[in-house]
Design a protein around this ligand. Structure first.
Ligand code: GLU
Length: 316
């Protein structure tokens, strides 16, 4: 048990909680309680065009109905732009963020010229065109250098005195990152090859999820992230940003997903119904079972404390 454990649930208010998002909420709450830690709620409303007015307060009400009460007042990302700006300024200052003038079409054409047009999750790996400067074009977005590990290594080498540099073998920093997920085990990703230089501030002026999440997790002292497996692929980008910003590392646990009738992750698009406030226990039991816990006939308080005990045995 650690009093220094701080976890969070970070919903995007694009609609009410449904069985899928409840599962992440419940898992992060249980993990925090099982560790004797604190549990926070952060409303991730940076992507304003996707947010639904009122969904934020409705989600908080749904969580409260389930007995999932945060230990501190929730925060809204839309009110934290100054923090994201500061972080971007720092990244620019240390030479790992640069302005980019490329449109989607420019990126597609550049990839085609390289004979590679494969998109990954609908995103083309950015070929790094603007790393060399804007060539007179106007900057639209800001990107992060995915070769951060090599940059750090070169900076370390430059700092070493020449005599030592001549005699010591310096391991070549690799852009292949490794991390151990508490459920998925050892994960690897080639940040430069698979993801490329990613966006921090979008061309439409909105902060990118990757930057906001890392800045907030660090500012809020988050030590453990428990979230759905669909987000696992973002972890290396977030670790790279933590490294660049000097933020402490975080432990990750990615939960199984609730699947919709079409076998895909349950979402509003494939018919997930909003959690029924009149009968939260049906949804809570379903989420608990998807997490490998036993169904509980009681009310939410009794069920939650039984599940904390079970959770501790599996993940404590
Ligand atoms: N806001 C993200 C979502 O709702 C979750 C972010 C996270 O947990 O890191 O999908």
């Amino acid at each position: 048990m650690s009093k220094s454990y701080r976890g969070r649930f970070a919903p995007s208010p694009t609609g009410p909680l449904h069985a899928g998002s409840l599962l992440a909420a419940l898992a992060s709450w249980l993990d925090a309680r099982a560790h004797g830690g604190q549990w926070l709620v952060r409303i991730e409303d940076v992507d304003t065009p996707r947010c639904v007015p009122g969904a934020d307060h409705f989600i908080l009400q749904q969580l409260a109905t389930c007995g999932l009460l945060p230990d501190e007042s929730p925060v809204w990302q839309s009110q934290r732009s100054a923090l994201y700006r500061q972080a971007l300024d720092r990244l620019i200052e240390i030479g790992v963020a640069y302005p980019c003038a490329c449109s989607r079409k420019d990126i597609a054409l550049a990839r085609e010229a390289l004979g590679e047009s494969k998109a990954r999750h609908g995103e083309l790996v950015y070929p790094g065109t603007c790393r060399r400067g804007l060539q007179g074009r106007a900057g639209r977005a800001w990107r992060f250098r995915s070769d951060i590990a090599e940059i750090k290594q070169k900076q370390a080498e430059a700092l070493m005195d020449t005599a030592r540099a001549a005699t010591e073998t310096i391991a070549k920093a690799s852009n292949i990152w490794e991390w151990a997920d508490r459920r998925l085990g050892l994960q690897t990703q080639d940040l430069s090859g698979e993801v490329g230089d990613f966006v921090l501030l979008r061309a439409d002026g909105l902060w990118a999820y990757q930057l906001a999440v890392v800045v907030d997790d660090a500012a809020q002292g988050i030590t453990h992230v428990v979230r759905g497996e669909d987000l696992a692929d973002n972890t290396v980008r977030q670790m790279a940003l933590q490294t660049a910003l000097g933020a402490p590392p975080v432990q990750y646990l990615h939960t199984p997903l609730e699947l919709g009738a079409n076998g895909e992750k349950l979402s509003k698009q494939n018919g997930a119904a909003a959690l029924d406030l009149a009968d939260p226990m049906t949804a809570m039991n379903r989420a608990a079972m998807a997490l490998g816990l036993s169904p509980h006939p009681g009310n939410s308080n009794a069920a939650l404390s039984a599940w904390v005990t079970e959770w501790r045995k599996h993940w404590g």
